[in-house]
Design a protein around this ligand. Structure first.
Ligand code: PHE
Length: 345
Protein backbone atom coordinates (compact mmCIF):
# COMPACT_ATOMS: atom_id res chain seq x y z
CA UNK A 1 0.00 0.00 0.00
CA UNK A 2 2.91 2.31 0.73
CA UNK A 3 3.57 2.36 -2.98
CA UNK A 4 0.14 3.91 -3.62
CA UNK A 5 0.80 6.78 -1.27
CA UNK A 6 4.04 7.58 -3.05
CA UNK A 7 2.24 7.20 -6.32
CA UNK A 8 -0.27 9.86 -5.28
CA UNK A 9 2.62 12.19 -4.39
CA UNK A 10 4.06 11.50 -7.81
CA UNK A 11 0.74 12.24 -9.51
CA UNK A 12 0.19 15.53 -7.73
CA UNK A 13 3.75 16.60 -8.42
CA UNK A 14 3.21 15.91 -12.12
CA UNK A 15 -0.06 17.83 -12.04
CA UNK A 16 1.71 20.77 -10.42
CA UNK A 17 4.50 20.86 -12.97
CA UNK A 18 2.04 20.88 -15.85
CA UNK A 19 -0.22 23.50 -14.42
CA UNK A 20 -1.09 26.54 -16.54
CA UNK A 21 -2.13 29.78 -14.88
CA UNK A 22 -2.99 32.68 -17.20
CA UNK A 23 -5.42 34.74 -15.21
CA UNK A 24 -6.22 35.93 -11.75
CA UNK A 25 -9.22 33.56 -11.74
CA UNK A 26 -7.05 30.56 -12.56
CA UNK A 27 -4.60 31.58 -9.90
CA UNK A 28 -7.39 31.68 -7.35
CA UNK A 29 -8.60 28.24 -8.43
CA UNK A 30 -5.07 26.94 -8.00
CA UNK A 31 -4.81 28.45 -4.55
CA UNK A 32 -8.01 26.76 -3.39
CA UNK A 33 -7.00 23.46 -4.93
CA UNK A 34 -3.48 23.23 -3.54
CA UNK A 35 -3.16 25.73 -0.71
CA UNK A 36 -6.71 26.25 0.58
CA UNK A 37 -8.16 24.89 3.81
CA UNK A 38 -9.44 21.75 2.03
CA UNK A 39 -6.59 21.35 -0.44
CA UNK A 40 -5.60 18.19 -2.28
CA UNK A 41 -2.35 17.80 -0.35
CA UNK A 42 -4.26 17.39 2.88
CA UNK A 43 -5.67 14.08 1.67
CA UNK A 44 -2.07 12.82 1.67
CA UNK A 45 -1.83 13.16 5.41
CA UNK A 46 -4.44 10.42 5.69
CA UNK A 47 -2.21 8.20 3.57
CA UNK A 48 0.58 8.23 6.11
CA UNK A 49 -0.83 5.23 7.95
CA UNK A 50 -0.42 3.20 4.75
CA UNK A 51 3.28 3.99 4.66
CA UNK A 52 5.74 1.61 6.29
CA UNK A 53 7.49 2.92 9.37
CA UNK A 54 10.91 3.15 7.79
CA UNK A 55 9.56 5.24 4.89
CA UNK A 56 7.31 7.53 6.96
CA UNK A 57 10.05 10.16 7.20
CA UNK A 58 10.70 10.03 3.49
CA UNK A 59 6.98 10.35 2.82
CA UNK A 60 6.66 13.36 5.12
CA UNK A 61 9.50 15.09 3.32
CA UNK A 62 7.90 14.33 -0.05
CA UNK A 63 4.59 15.84 1.07
CA UNK A 64 6.39 18.94 2.42
CA UNK A 65 8.26 19.29 -0.85
CA UNK A 66 4.95 19.20 -2.68
CA UNK A 67 3.59 21.92 -0.45
CA UNK A 68 6.64 24.13 -1.12
CA UNK A 69 6.33 23.44 -4.83
CA UNK A 70 2.69 24.60 -4.79
CA UNK A 71 3.60 27.71 -2.80
CA UNK A 72 6.37 28.57 -5.22
CA UNK A 73 4.11 28.17 -8.23
CA UNK A 74 1.53 30.37 -6.59
CA UNK A 75 4.02 33.13 -5.73
CA UNK A 76 5.63 33.04 -9.17
CA UNK A 77 2.35 33.39 -11.03
CA UNK A 78 1.03 36.00 -8.71
CA UNK A 79 4.10 38.11 -9.40
CA UNK A 80 3.96 37.52 -13.17
CA UNK A 81 0.28 38.41 -13.34
CA UNK A 82 0.79 41.63 -11.35
CA UNK A 83 3.67 42.67 -13.62
CA UNK A 84 1.49 41.99 -16.63
CA UNK A 85 -1.33 44.10 -15.22
CA UNK A 86 0.87 47.15 -14.69
CA UNK A 87 2.33 46.74 -18.18
CA UNK A 88 -1.18 46.81 -19.59
CA UNK A 89 -1.90 49.92 -17.56
CA UNK A 90 1.15 51.83 -18.76
CA UNK A 91 0.38 50.83 -22.35
CA UNK A 92 -2.92 52.61 -21.93
CA UNK A 93 -1.30 55.99 -21.00
CA UNK A 94 -1.94 58.46 -23.77
CA UNK A 95 1.35 60.23 -24.37
CA UNK A 96 -0.28 62.78 -26.65
CA UNK A 97 -2.60 64.04 -23.94
CA UNK A 98 -1.90 67.65 -22.86
CA UNK A 99 -0.47 67.82 -19.31
CA UNK A 100 -2.78 68.91 -16.55
CA UNK A 101 -1.91 72.54 -15.78
CA UNK A 102 0.14 73.32 -12.69
CA UNK A 103 -1.42 75.94 -10.50
CA UNK A 104 0.36 79.23 -11.15
CA UNK A 105 0.84 82.17 -8.87
CA UNK A 106 0.04 85.69 -9.97
CA UNK A 107 1.96 88.92 -9.94
CA UNK A 108 0.93 91.57 -7.45
CA UNK A 109 -0.75 94.56 -9.15
CA UNK A 110 1.80 96.92 -7.55
CA UNK A 111 4.63 94.89 -9.06
CA UNK A 112 2.93 94.82 -12.46
CA UNK A 113 2.56 98.61 -12.52
CA UNK A 114 6.04 99.21 -11.11
CA UNK A 115 7.66 96.90 -13.68
CA UNK A 116 5.84 98.66 -16.46
CA UNK A 117 7.04 102.09 -15.28
CA UNK A 118 10.60 100.80 -14.96
CA UNK A 119 10.55 99.41 -18.51
CA UNK A 120 9.34 102.74 -19.90
CA UNK A 121 12.25 104.64 -18.32
CA UNK A 122 14.79 101.94 -19.13
CA UNK A 123 14.02 102.51 -22.82
CA UNK A 124 15.38 106.04 -22.58
CA UNK A 125 18.50 105.12 -20.67
CA UNK A 126 17.52 105.26 -17.00
CA UNK A 127 19.05 102.58 -14.79
CA UNK A 128 17.57 101.18 -11.60
CA UNK A 129 18.88 102.29 -8.22
CA UNK A 130 17.55 100.38 -5.24
CA UNK A 131 18.27 101.50 -1.73
CA UNK A 132 17.48 100.84 1.92
CA UNK A 133 14.06 101.34 3.49
CA UNK A 134 15.58 102.08 6.89
CA UNK A 135 17.25 105.42 6.25
CA UNK A 136 19.05 108.03 8.28
CA UNK A 137 17.78 111.53 8.88
CA UNK A 138 20.48 113.07 6.66
CA UNK A 139 19.61 111.20 3.44
CA UNK A 140 15.86 111.42 3.93
CA UNK A 141 15.66 115.06 5.06
CA UNK A 142 18.81 117.11 5.58
CA UNK A 143 20.52 116.40 2.28
CA UNK A 144 17.17 116.98 0.59
CA UNK A 145 17.23 120.57 1.82
CA UNK A 146 14.90 119.87 4.71
CA UNK A 147 16.84 120.80 7.87
CA UNK A 148 15.59 120.09 11.38
CA UNK A 149 13.51 123.18 11.85
CA UNK A 150 12.11 123.14 8.35
CA UNK A 151 8.32 123.24 8.39
CA UNK A 152 8.21 120.78 5.49
CA UNK A 153 9.11 118.00 7.92
CA UNK A 154 5.55 118.27 9.11
CA UNK A 155 4.36 117.41 5.61
CA UNK A 156 5.47 113.86 6.13
CA UNK A 157 4.76 112.15 9.40
CA UNK A 158 7.76 110.01 10.03
CA UNK A 159 8.20 106.62 11.69
CA UNK A 160 11.42 106.71 13.70
CA UNK A 161 13.08 103.56 14.92
CA UNK A 162 12.66 102.99 18.62
CA UNK A 163 14.73 105.39 20.78
CA UNK A 164 16.21 107.03 17.72
CA UNK A 165 16.01 110.48 16.22
CA UNK A 166 18.40 109.43 13.48
CA UNK A 167 17.14 106.14 12.05
CA UNK A 168 13.78 106.19 10.34
CA UNK A 169 11.67 104.46 7.72
CA UNK A 170 12.13 106.54 4.58
CA UNK A 171 9.16 108.78 3.90
CA UNK A 172 9.91 109.03 0.19
CA UNK A 173 12.22 107.51 -2.41
CA UNK A 174 13.90 110.93 -2.70
CA UNK A 175 16.38 109.61 -0.12
CA UNK A 176 17.80 107.53 -2.98
CA UNK A 177 18.68 110.78 -4.76
CA UNK A 178 21.06 111.63 -1.93
CA UNK A 179 22.46 108.09 -1.86
CA UNK A 180 23.19 108.15 -5.58
CA UNK A 181 24.51 111.71 -5.82
CA UNK A 182 26.99 111.17 -2.99
CA UNK A 183 28.39 108.03 -4.60
CA UNK A 184 28.19 108.66 -8.37
CA UNK A 185 29.48 111.39 -10.62
CA UNK A 186 27.17 113.05 -13.16
CA UNK A 187 25.79 112.41 -15.67
CA UNK A 188 23.26 110.57 -13.51
CA UNK A 189 20.11 109.02 -14.90
CA UNK A 190 18.36 106.71 -12.42
CA UNK A 191 14.95 105.53 -11.37
CA UNK A 192 14.44 104.25 -7.85
CA UNK A 193 11.42 102.06 -7.22
CA UNK A 194 10.57 101.11 -3.69
CA UNK A 195 8.44 101.14 -0.58
CA UNK A 196 8.00 104.17 1.64
CA UNK A 197 6.34 104.74 5.01
CA UNK A 198 4.36 107.53 6.61
CA UNK A 199 2.56 107.66 9.90
CA UNK A 200 -0.88 108.10 8.43
CA UNK A 201 -4.25 106.81 9.45
CA UNK A 202 -5.16 103.81 7.33
CA UNK A 203 -8.28 104.33 5.26
CA UNK A 204 -9.69 103.42 1.85
CA UNK A 205 -7.58 106.21 0.34
CA UNK A 206 -4.34 106.22 2.32
CA UNK A 207 -2.03 103.74 3.98
CA UNK A 208 1.03 103.92 6.21
CA UNK A 209 3.04 102.04 3.60
CA UNK A 210 3.02 102.60 -0.13
CA UNK A 211 5.28 102.58 -3.18
CA UNK A 212 6.98 105.25 -5.23
CA UNK A 213 9.20 105.41 -8.27
CA UNK A 214 11.73 108.22 -8.08
CA UNK A 215 13.49 109.64 -11.10
CA UNK A 216 16.68 111.71 -11.17
CA UNK A 217 18.50 113.22 -14.11
CA UNK A 218 21.68 115.26 -13.56
CA UNK A 219 23.87 116.56 -16.35
CA UNK A 220 25.18 119.79 -17.86
CA UNK A 221 22.44 122.18 -19.04
CA UNK A 222 19.42 120.09 -18.09
CA UNK A 223 16.31 122.25 -18.37
CA UNK A 224 12.71 122.31 -17.23
CA UNK A 225 11.76 121.58 -20.86
CA UNK A 226 13.77 118.34 -20.70
CA UNK A 227 11.76 117.31 -17.67
CA UNK A 228 8.48 118.12 -19.35
CA UNK A 229 9.42 116.11 -22.43
CA UNK A 230 10.51 113.15 -20.32
CA UNK A 231 7.26 113.17 -18.34
CA UNK A 232 5.23 113.59 -21.53
CA UNK A 233 7.01 110.59 -23.05
CA UNK A 234 6.31 108.57 -19.93
CA UNK A 235 2.62 109.46 -19.87
CA UNK A 236 2.06 108.55 -23.51
CA UNK A 237 3.85 105.22 -23.07
CA UNK A 238 1.90 104.50 -19.92
CA UNK A 239 -1.56 105.82 -20.78
CA UNK A 240 -1.62 105.86 -24.57
CA UNK A 241 -0.74 108.37 -27.33
CA UNK A 242 -3.76 110.56 -26.62
CA UNK A 243 -2.97 111.02 -22.94
CA UNK A 244 -2.91 114.61 -21.70
CA UNK A 245 -0.90 116.06 -18.82
CA UNK A 246 -0.81 119.33 -16.98
CA UNK A 247 1.78 120.73 -14.59
CA UNK A 248 0.63 122.77 -11.64
CA UNK A 249 3.07 124.91 -9.63
CA UNK A 250 3.78 123.32 -6.28
CA UNK A 251 6.31 123.25 -3.51
CA UNK A 252 8.95 120.72 -2.42
CA UNK A 253 12.03 121.67 -0.36
CA UNK A 254 14.34 119.77 -2.72
CA UNK A 255 13.18 121.19 -6.06
CA UNK A 256 12.94 124.73 -7.40
CA UNK A 257 10.76 125.35 -9.29
CA UNK A 258 8.44 122.52 -8.29
CA UNK A 259 5.32 121.14 -9.89
CA UNK A 260 2.71 118.46 -9.58
CA UNK A 261 1.68 116.57 -12.66
CA UNK A 262 -1.89 115.55 -13.42
CA UNK A 263 -3.03 113.07 -16.04
CA UNK A 264 -6.37 113.63 -17.73
CA UNK A 265 -8.57 110.72 -16.81
CA UNK A 266 -11.85 112.08 -18.10
CA UNK A 267 -15.31 112.01 -16.57
CA UNK A 268 -16.79 109.18 -18.52
CA UNK A 269 -18.14 107.13 -15.67
CA UNK A 270 -18.84 107.34 -12.00
CA UNK A 271 -15.52 105.79 -11.06
CA UNK A 272 -13.64 108.49 -13.01
CA UNK A 273 -15.83 111.16 -11.46
CA UNK A 274 -15.12 109.94 -7.97
CA UNK A 275 -11.35 109.48 -8.20
CA UNK A 276 -10.78 112.81 -9.96
CA UNK A 277 -13.14 114.56 -7.55
CA UNK A 278 -15.17 115.77 -10.48
CA UNK A 279 -12.31 117.52 -12.31
CA UNK A 280 -11.28 114.78 -14.73
CA UNK A 281 -7.64 115.35 -13.72
CA UNK A 282 -5.64 113.09 -11.47
CA UNK A 283 -2.38 113.94 -9.75
CA UNK A 284 0.22 111.19 -10.17
CA UNK A 285 3.58 112.78 -9.37
CA UNK A 286 5.62 115.59 -7.90
CA UNK A 287 8.58 116.98 -9.79
CA UNK A 288 10.90 119.87 -10.30
CA UNK A 289 14.41 121.11 -10.97
CA UNK A 290 16.83 119.82 -8.33
CA UNK A 291 17.45 122.60 -5.83
CA UNK A 292 21.07 123.89 -6.00
CA UNK A 293 21.28 123.33 -2.23
CA UNK A 294 20.65 119.61 -2.75
CA UNK A 295 23.44 119.41 -5.33
CA UNK A 296 25.78 121.26 -2.94
CA UNK A 297 24.85 118.96 -0.03
CA UNK A 298 25.88 116.01 -2.22
CA UNK A 299 29.10 117.59 -3.47
CA UNK A 300 27.91 118.32 -6.99
CA UNK A 301 28.73 121.79 -8.30
CA UNK A 302 25.43 123.58 -9.10
CA UNK A 303 27.33 125.99 -11.38
CA UNK A 304 28.33 123.11 -13.60
CA UNK A 305 25.39 120.76 -13.30
CA UNK A 306 21.65 120.96 -13.15
CA UNK A 307 18.95 118.34 -13.15
CA UNK A 308 15.38 117.38 -12.61
CA UNK A 309 13.70 114.90 -10.29
CA UNK A 310 10.29 113.42 -9.94
CA UNK A 311 8.55 111.02 -7.60
CA UNK A 312 5.37 109.18 -8.45
CA UNK A 313 2.98 107.15 -6.38
CA UNK A 314 2.28 103.61 -7.56
CA UNK A 315 -0.83 102.67 -5.59
CA UNK A 316 -2.99 105.34 -7.15
CA UNK A 317 -1.99 104.33 -10.66
CA UNK A 318 -2.65 100.67 -9.92
CA UNK A 319 -6.02 101.53 -8.39
CA UNK A 320 -6.88 103.61 -11.44
CA UNK A 321 -5.90 100.96 -13.90
CA UNK A 322 -7.54 98.04 -12.14
CA UNK A 323 -10.44 100.01 -10.68
CA UNK A 324 -9.59 99.13 -7.13
CA UNK A 325 -11.61 101.25 -4.73
CA UNK A 326 -9.82 100.56 -1.49
CA UNK A 327 -6.03 100.84 -1.06
CA UNK A 328 -6.13 98.32 1.80
CA UNK A 329 -6.89 95.53 -0.66
CA UNK A 330 -3.35 95.95 -1.97
CA UNK A 331 -1.81 95.00 1.36
CA UNK A 332 -4.17 92.41 2.79
CA UNK A 333 -2.85 89.58 0.60
CA UNK A 334 -6.23 87.97 0.16
CA UNK A 335 -5.57 85.35 -2.51
CA UNK A 336 -9.07 85.75 -3.95
CA UNK A 337 -8.10 89.33 -4.76
CA UNK A 338 -4.53 88.59 -5.85
CA UNK A 339 -5.43 85.69 -8.15
CA UNK A 340 -7.20 88.09 -10.50
CA UNK A 341 -3.92 89.65 -11.63
CA UNK A 342 -2.48 86.96 -13.84
CA UNK A 343 -1.44 88.94 -16.85
CA UNK A 344 0.88 91.81 -17.62
CA UNK A 345 -0.57 95.30 -17.66
N1 PHE B 1 9.35 113.11 -2.69
C1 PHE B 1 8.15 113.77 -3.10
C2 PHE B 1 6.98 113.12 -2.37
O1 PHE B 1 7.11 112.06 -1.82
C3 PHE B 1 7.93 113.66 -4.58
C4 PHE B 1 8.98 114.38 -5.37
C5 PHE B 1 10.11 113.71 -5.81
C6 PHE B 1 8.83 115.71 -5.70
C7 PHE B 1 11.08 114.36 -6.55
C8 PHE B 1 9.79 116.37 -6.45
C9 PHE B 1 10.88 115.70 -6.86
O2 PHE B 1 5.89 113.65 -2.34
Amino acid sequence: MSKDAFEIVEEISKKLSQIKIDSVEELEKFRIQFLGSKNELKSLFGEIRNVSNERKKEFGQAVNALKSQAEEIFAEHKFALAANESKKESASIDMTMPPSPNPQGSIHPITIVMDRIIRIFEKIGFTIAEEREIEDDWHNFTAMNTPDDHPARDMQDTFYLQNSTEQLLRTHTSSVQARVMTTQKPPIRIIAPGRVYRNETISARSHCQFHQVEGLFIDKKVSFADMKQTLMYFTKEMYGPDAKIRLRPSYFPFTEPSAEMDVYWGLEDEHAYRITKGTGWLEILGCGMVDPNVLKNCNIDPEEYSGFAFGMGIERQAMLHYRINDIRMLFENDVRFLRQFNSAM
